[in-house]
Write a protein that binds this ligand. Structure first.
Ligand SMILES: Nc1ncnc2c1ncn2[C@@H]1O[C@H](COP(=O)(O)OP(=O)(O)OP(=O)(O)O)[C@@H](O)[C@H]1O
Ligand SMILES: [Mg+2]
Length: 415
């Protein structure tokens, strides 16, 4: 697949905004060129609820990434998730009038267009039309029909839609930070791009990105996306449970969860204690690790149960030979993959971005699967011609001032 040369990606998560700039090396591999991260603000359940705060976070992360890579970011691919995302599979059929000629790329585009047509309300928009397979005169599915012969071509697609207002708010927030939006990509599809292995995609796998406030699922079978979903539950629920039950500040609960927490509780933990910051007169108090992990186990099992229910409802739970690949910051909770295997009865592993040069200890972790995946997705340059691919960058010497000026110029230009 043809690759774009340099791209920027923005993952506006509910806990952090990550901006990553990536490029292609002379050997055709992806190289990470710069990273900027800022704590997220103005997001609730994966959707922007305060555009001003969200814009400021994006602004900070973009400036950091610009400093890191020495280039000015004018445009980027942006990830989207949230409860407003919906998906469905659809089928399209076209006739090939002259069966003596081979099926062309044009025919393939026509059948995809037909398979991408669904009726949706005006407050929703199509985000992705992802090809799942082609059939030439109803025979076995083929991965690419171009060059084959037949009088009829069928295609199946997976169509992802989202709420126009949520996507518009996201776009405006990024544009407000001086960066034009090249493309809006479903976060679970982006994460899958950076963490899944080809074999997993072929044999059936569910990629489950457990972030701060959303859990995004993308199911792959025979190499293609067949189901996507977004659940409004994730790591912040674990922290919230700890803070509420232990009556401690959020930051203390978060620290205990990440440093000592586990998705399972075992009897040996009864002898261990952890220090937490407490409300009231006491500044620190000791709590049993067993108690902490019992709280985390209950919520972890609930999250996994919801994932299992979603996969079962969609009819995939028993078909995933490669099982689950867990990613996102919350997949780092100790023992989560083991608990998932035990609860769902299918294989599970933690997935992190792999196979990229320039990965640091930070962005090589599961929390950066989406942002790295967005870079890879953009580099694969699905739609745009190669000539326009480097226009999103300028030398960084001009800094944030010129970026803002550029965005101001765009805002003042007639459409
Ligand atoms: N070692 C750890 N153990 C358990 N949880 C962790 C660990 N490290 C990070 N987390 C949790 O990961 C979550 C953040 O994950 P991530 O960065 O993937 O979220 P996000 O992309 O900002 O959010 P979302 O995808 O929901 O919009 C937080 O809830 C954080 O507590
Ligand atoms: Mg995320």
């Amino acid at each position: 697949m043809r690759k774009r040369s340099t791209v920027a990606a923005i993952d506006v998560g509910s806990t952090k905004v990550a901006v990553i700039v990536g490029g292609v090396t002379e050997h055709g591999d992806t190289r990470i060129l710069g990273v900027g991260v800022a704590p997220a603000a103005g997001l609730s359940r994966g959707v922007i609820d305060n555009i001003q705060s969200a814009r400021e976070s994006v602004d900070v992360a973009v400036e950091k990434a610009e400093q890191a890579c020495g280039m000015r970011i004018l445009s980027a691919v942006v990830g989207v998730s949230g409860g407003h995302i919906a998906s469905q599979n659809n089928r399209g059929i076209i006739a090939i009038p002259d069966r003596s000629r081979p099926i062309s790329a044009d025919d393939r585009s026509r059948v995809l267009e037909s398979a991408g047509q669904i009726s949706i309300p005006t407050n929703r928009q199509v985000l992705h039309v992802i090809p799942r397979g082609y059939w030439v005169e109803g025979t076995d599915p083929v991965s690419d029909p171009v060059g084959m012969y037949g009088g009829r071509l069928d295609a199946e697609t997976h169509i992802v839609t989202g709420a126009v207002s949520a996507i518009q708010n996201l776009t405006k927030c990024v544009e407000g930070a001086g960066v034009q939006v090249d493309d809006v990509v479903l976060e679970s599809v982006a994460s899958a791009t950076s963490v899944l292995q080809e074999q997993e995609r072929l044999q059936g796998v569910a990629m489950v990105d457990i972030g701060g406030s959303t859990t995004s699922i993308a199911v792959y079978e025979e190499g293609a996306v067949t189901h996507t979903a977004c659940l409004p539950i994730a790591g912040s629920h674990l922290t919230h449970d700890l803070a509420r039950v232990l009556r401690c500040p959020w930051e203390s609960a978060e620290e205990v969860k990440c440093r000592y927490g586990a998705a399972y509780a075992s009897p040996e933990m009864a002898n261990e204690t952890v220090e937490i910051q407490a409300f009231g007169t006491q500044t620190q108090k000791a709590v049993s690790l067993l108690h902490v992990c019992e709280i985390l186990q209950a919520r972890s099992e609930e999250i996994l149960e919801m994932v299992a229910l979603e996969l079962k409802r969609a009819g995939y739970l028993d078909r995933l030979a490669a099982g689950l690949v867990l990613t996102g910051g919350s997949s780092q909770l100790r023992g989560l993959a083991d608990v998932a295997e035990a609860r769902l009865g299918i294989p599970a592993r933690v997935g992190r971005p792999h196979g990229y040069s320039g990965l640091s200890d930070l962005i090589g972790t599961p929390a950066y699967a989406t942002a790295v995946g967005l870079v890879e997705y953009a580099l694969q340059g699905r739609q745009r011609p190669l000539e326009s691919l480097t226009t999103g960058f300028e030398p960084a010497s001009s800094g944030g001032f010129f970026r803002r000026l550029a965005s101001l110029g765009r805002a003042l230009m007639p459409q």
